[in-house]
Every structure is written in C-alpha cells, then in structure tokens.
Design a protein around this ligand. Structure first.
Ligand code: NAD
Length: 475
C-alpha cells in the first residue's frame, strides 16, 4: 500500500463523517495538498438542533452517576485505542503532523490516556464546617451543556481535554472543531459514540459563525475554548449574554531562560523539542529563548546540530518527525516574521526561507541568533518552526524580558542548580514554569494561563471543578 492510499479502516472512518459526494467543503492534506475528503458544512440551525438534543440528554446522563459515566469513558478510551492507527493517519493527513515522534500516534495515545485518567479522578464533597452547630458541605454538580471550541494544532487531544472532564461531571458536550481540522475530530467523536449514549457528545462541523453561535447560545452553560486571544475576547463578550462560565486557553509566547553553567549539549534535545514539538505549532511551545552570554554560542551550535539531524517531510512517511505548517495563513505569519527578523539584522543560523522542495506549506526549522526584544519574531507568537535566541548577561534582564509581554501560558528555566532555577521560575509570570524541560503536560497536573493567555484550569481535580457548579448543602 502506498503512503497516499487510504487504508480500509481510514476510508471507513472517513465515510462515517464526511459530506456526501458533491457536497461539503474539500479538506486538503496539509503536506501533499491533495483532497482528503469533504467536511460537512453545518449551519447555525444544525447547531441549534444539536444543542437542543444535548440539553435533552443531559439529565439522563447526569443521573447515571459517576461510576457509570467513568466506565463509559474507559470504554470510549478502548474504542479510540482500537482505531488509533486509522485516526492517527487521518490526523496526519489533515493536520500535517507526522505519524512518528511526538506527533499523530503520540496524540492518539494521549487521547485515551486522558480519558482513562479523567475517569479515575475523583472530586469528593468537602466538609466545610462541622462544629456541632453547623454542618456545611461543598458539592460539585454538572453545569448542563458544555460548548467545546477547539483549534487546529492538536485537534484531537485538545478536544479530549474539553470533552473528558465535561462528560465525567455529568454535562453533555457539543464540539465545534476548527474548520481546518474537522474530519479527524468528527471521526474520533464517532468512535467514542460507538459506546456513549445518544446525544451526550455531538460534533458540529461549521465555520467561525457556528463557533460564535455556540459561545453565545442561551442553552450553553459553559464554554471550553482553546484558540487565539482575539477569539477568546469575543467569547468573553458573548458570555455577557448567556452568562456561560468560561475556560479560556489562549495564545502564548513562552520564554525559556538558560542560566550560566548549563551544559548546552546536555539540554539541546529537550530545548529543541520544547520549541519544535508539532513543528512549533503548539500553544505552550518555547517561543523565545534567552541564553546567558557565557554559553550563548555553544547553545546555538548545539541546537543547530539537533535541527540538522531531525527529518522533516510528509507525515505518513515513517522517517519524518517534523511536518508542514497546517495552513496558508500560518505559513504566511512565519514567513513574515522571519523576513522581518532578517531585515532587522538578526542572524539566520539554519533555515530562514520556505522549503518548496518538500511541499507548498513546508518551512524548515529556523534558528534566529542575535534576536532582540522588540523584533516581531520575539514579540509575536510565531506558532511555527522558528526560534529567536536572545543573548543576556544579567539574569534580572532575562526575567524582565520573559515578563514584558501581555501573555503568560508557560515558561522554562534551564540550569545545573535546581534550587537556583526554581528561584528564577517563581518570578516568571506564567501559568506553568518548567525546570530543565518545556511544555510537558500531565493529566493530574493543572494547566492554564495568566494574563492574555486566558483563565481557568484544565486537568486533574481542578479541571473537574471547572466543568462543575459548586453547591453548598448547609444543615
Ligand atoms: P482561532 O481562535 O482562530 O480559532 C479557534 C476556534 O474558534 C476555531 O474552531 C474557530 O472556528 C472558532 N471561532 C472563531 N471565531 C469564533 C467566535 N467569534 N466565537 C467562537 N468561536 C470562534 O485559533 P486557531 O488559529 O485555530 O488556533 C491557534 C491559536 O490557539 C494560537 O494562538 C495558539 O496559541 C492557541 N492555542 C492555545 C492553546 C492553549 O492550551 N492555551 C492550545 C492550542 C492553541
């Protein structure tokens, strides 16, 4: 079988979800730009119908209780595992990420792992006061219908991050996948619906207008949104109408600080993947690197060595671990930021221009040395295979640089002395700071941003609380 041919399992999944021949919107393979299939184009009326069905199904789902819902989440994880390879191939085509490396197969593994971890997480009622006179307890109940709106970079994993805790707590969920990656998300939902009761989880494939209606709908009680800060602001505005509770995971521009005394070769692989996981199209990727001048050249050289050994190309080829940009819009952003950096005198260490020989949307790993704060490539989120590397001599300046932007999703500090690194970490304004790594997430460790990166936490017990409403039982 050639790489390009749909496997029978992939074709069967695609046929379940795609629009009939001659209808829908064509979705292209991000790497080859060949047509993969036809996304259904659902309307605001279709969305309204989906929300009505989800609302009707919610009381019955809640009444099943935690144990039964958890069992069904475990069965959904098994169903995903059973189709993981077909889903990974479809994801690889649609999103562009390779099968191997921390990419498509990894993403499918994370989906079932997150479902299982969420099924096992317990949110117990808390006794608040029990002094003989007063007995008050804090309980958590379902909110109602959750609207889940996601991006195109980790479309399946992020959908699961929204779906799993929402279902676990007794909510029903209407998912609006990104218009760039609807097929793989709809396919995963259809696999989960092999085991879930009807209308508990519904996917609606539509454009930004459908997303806006989902966020503003009077019967949506909670919106889980992952995407850009600009769209996040619009969702906050629409929540003034329906008072939907919000979890907003927005854009970031994560800084990493490499302290003096760090061994460049020892950290190069982890630095590289911290920046270039999913070819840089990751919310909490390392997007600006501040390196002490005593080791600056060695860090740049060590990163260059890793970059040049890491294969990029069509995702279905088993050799590749880096892929294309997912869409033209993102490709243009990357191109503009690199050209601007060059014009301002930054030094291209590797990459620096598109790679049309690989395909229309390929841009090579691009390391930019002698970058400075104020350059667009440093100040704006690149969301692609580009890393500006800034030299510093006083760690106070590096901390100030890390904190000077209006976003704060993640950050990292790299150094030989953990206590020293932790002191610096405590001063970084971001939802997470990693020490000697960047971007790793864990289903039991809450994740969320500060400043323009949004609010609300996902994962673990805190994640369950954010898709529930508290109720005090007093007496
Ligand atoms: P986007 O904001 O353009 O789109 C995200 C989703 O919102 C899409 O499904 C879109 O159809 C929908 N949408 C658009 N307009 C809407 C509106 N007015 N109301 C409701 N929904 C609307 O973002 P994107 O380009 O798909 O994703 C890239 C961005 O997402 C980057 O900034 C990235 O940093 C961020 N991101 C954040 C996280 C995180 O966890 N913090 C994770 C992944 C991506």
């Amino acid at each position: 079988m050639s790489e390009a041919a749909l496997s029978p399992d992939e074709a069967a999944l695609l046929d379940r979800v795609q629009a009939p021949e001659g209808q829908g919107r064509e979705i292209l393979d991000a790497a080859t730009r060949e047509v993969i299939g036809r996304a259904p184009v659902q309307t605001v009326a279709d969305l309204d119908d989906a929300i009505a069905r989800a609302k009707a199904a919610q009381p019955g789902w809640e009444a099943l209780g935690h144990q039964k819902r958890s069992d069904l989440l475990l069965q959904a994880a098994d169903a995903i595992d059973a189709r993981a390879e077909a889903l990974a191939r479809l994801l690889s085509r649609e999103q562009g990420k390779p099968l191997n490396g921390p990419n498509a197969r990894f993403e499918l593994g994370a989906c079932s792992a997150w479902l299982r971890a969420t099924a096992a997480t317990v949110l117990e009622p808390e006794v608040l006061v029990d002094d003989g006179e007063t007995h008050a307890e804090l309980h958590y109940k379902a909110i109602g219908v959750v609207g889940a709106i996601g991006p195109w970079n980790w479309p399946l994993m992020i959908a699961i991050w929204q779906i799993a805790p929402s279902l676990r707590m007794g909510n029903t969920v209407v998912v609006k996948p990104s218009e760039y990656t609807p097929l793989s998300v709809l396919a995963m939902i259809s696999v989960m619906n092999e085991v879930l009761p009807p209308d508990v989880l519904i996917g609606v494939s539509g454009d930004r207008e459908v997303g806006a209606r989902l966020a503003a709908h009077p019967d949506v009680d909670k919106v889980m949104f992952t995407g850009s800060t600009a769209t996040g602001r619009k969702i906050i505005e629409s929540s003034a109408g329906n008072l939907a509770r919000l979890t907003l995971e927005l854009g970031g521009n994560d800084a990493g600080i490499v302290l003096p005394g760090t061994d460049p070769k020892a950290i190069a692989q982890d630095l590289f993947w911290g920046a270039f996981i999913n070819t840089g199209q990751t919310c909490a990727a390392l997007k600006r690197l501040y390196v002490h001048d005593s080791i600056y050249d060695d860090v740049v050289d060590a990163l260059k060595e890793v970059a040049e050994q890491t294969p990029m190309g069509v995702g279905l080829s088993e050799d590749n671990v880096l892929g294309p940009l997912q869409n033209t819009q993102q490709f243009d952003i990357v191109n503009r930021l690199v050209d601007d950096a060059k014009a301002r005198g930054a030094r291209i260490v590797t990459g620096g221009a598109p790679a049309p020989e690989l395909g229309e949307l390929f841009y090579p790993i691009t390391l930019i040395a002698d970058a400075t704060d104020g350059m667009a490539v440093v100040d704006e989120e690149q969301f692609g295979p580009v890393l500006p590397i800034v030299k510093y001599s006083d760690v106070e300046d590096a901390i100030a640089s890390a904190n000077r932007l209006d976003v704060g999703l993640g950050g990292s500090v790299w150094g030989p002395d953990r206590d020293e690194a932790r002191k610096v970490a405590a001063r970084i304004q971001s939802g997470t700071v990693w020490i000697n790594s960047h971007g790793g997430v864990h289903p039991m460790i809450p994740f969320g941003g500060v400043k323009g990166s949004g609010y609300g936490l996902e994962f673990g017990v805190e994640g369950l609380k954010s898709v529930a409403v508290p109720q005090i039982i007093n007496g």
